[in-house]
Design a protein around this ligand. Structure first.
Ligand SMILES: Cc1cc2nc3c(=O)[nH]c(=O)nc-3n(C[C@H](O)[C@H](O)[C@H](O)COP(=O)(O)O)c2cc1C
Length: 344
């Protein structure tokens, strides 16, 4: 019998399949079912800065269009207000933070009472803010780890790569000062020097990295001239981008890697582990196939391990990483060449 246990963020998981942060991890009943279906761990739905801003707005009665605080962020709001108002705003903002957070903390405590699998809380942060306020309380509520979902879209032409990328380190340092539970980051691939920066971030004291978040992407309706949302759920062919970077970075980072995006079946779970991931996160596949599907992915992994005589995950993890390949260029190839395809 194969042993599927694995270490991720210093936590022992019964297997490497983690359910990614989303609406389906926002319910106690669902998380109980995830555990019954052998999930390795669950990442809770993120607490969003927008939630806090929205709560603050409601308290102050600011209208969305005039302030756009979600876009500008807390710091900007403070700059646009007189000192007195800023003080009042700060008071109300703290109240909103407490209010938003309390529901989340209650949720964490409740879940921790009913399941044994590790529960990873998630904070969505896109700008430097006092995230430690949340992190500290999340730790006290009993979460086993915190995933910081940091997505900085480098869209401001006035900002340099360094300015955008400093946000990651600022947030990590802020949070890590206040918590002792493991902290991981869930990130995008918008970095000026991806490998170099991720290796640097891996040395910041974080325990893991989720590669990669899947961005909400805009689309255009060409009849109604409207901006619409692209597919909310990933499709099974989207795993390759992550696979390349997991393989390139495996063994080079000072922290664990969880592969994410486009992982829809046991085969892609196995590929990501072979590339060097410590764990994988799945979301869209659970939406598409239901919570019981988690169990069939894990059975598929176990059957494959038995077939190939792998007793533990570490027996094959990273076997196909770039560092272990005879031809490491296989992961660096980006141009389509006739030579490498069967297409004439
Ligand atoms: C409906 C939905 C809600 C999501 N909410 C969150 C969230 O709150 N926080 C977060 O970090 N990621 C969120 N995600 C992103 C997923 O965790 C995951 O990274 C993404 O869907 C890619 O993985 P997949 O291909 O397995 O779906 C959400 C995804 C979906 C589909």
């Amino acid at each position: 019998m194969a042993d599927l246990t694995t270490k991720y963020l210093g936590l022992t998981l019964q297997n490497p399949v983690i359910i990614g942060s989303s609406g389906i991890t926002n319910s106690v009943d669902n998380i109980i079912k995830m555990e019954e279906n052998n999930a390795g761990a669950v990442v809770l739905k993120s607490i969003f800065e927008e939630q806090i801003m929205h709560e603050t707005q409601k308290l102050i009665g600011i209208n969305n269009d005039s302030m756009q605080p979600m876009m500008n962020g807390y710091k900007d709001i403070m700059q646009h207000r007189s000192y007195d108002y800023a003080e009042a705003f700060e008071y109300l903002s703290n109240f909103a933070k407490e209010h938003t957070l309390n529901d989340y903390l209650r949720f964490i405590s409740e879940i921790k009472k009913v399941v044994k699998i590790p529960i990873i809380a998630s904070i969505n942060c896109a700008f430097t803010y006092d995230w430690h306020f949340f992190a500290k309380r999340i730790q006290e509520a009993g979460a086993d780890a915190i995933e910081l979902n940091i997505y900085v879209l480098p869209s401001d032409p006035k900002k340099t790569g360094k300015e955008n990328e400093d946000v990651y380190l600022n947030i990590i340092q802020d949070v890590r000062q206040y918590v002792t539970i493991p902290v991981s980051i869930k990130i995008s691939y918008y970095f000026s020097g991806l490998s170099n920066k991720l290796i640097e971030l891996s040395k910041s004291g974080i325990a893991g990295m989720v590669l990669f978040n899947r961005p909400y992407s805009p689309d255009i309706n060409i009849e109604e001239f409207k901006i619409t949302a692209d597919q909310i759920y990933s499709n099974p062919s989207e795993f390759t981008h992550t696979l390349r970077w997991v393989a390139i970075l495996a063994g080079r980072l000072n922290c664990d890697i969880a592969a994410a995006t486009g992982i829809h079946n046991d085969e892609t779970v196995i590929k990501q582990l072979l590339a060097g991931a410590n764990a994988v996160q799945i979301t869209s596949a659970v939406y598409a196939n239901g919570i019981q599907y988690i169990n069939s992915i894990i059975s598929g992994l176990e059957n494959w391990m038995n077939k190939h005589n792998f007793k533990t995950i570490d027996d094959f993890r990273g076997k196909m990483s770039q560092a272990k390949l005879e031809n490491p260029a296989a992961y660096e190839r980006v141009q389509f060449m006739k030579l490498y395809s069967n297409i004439v």
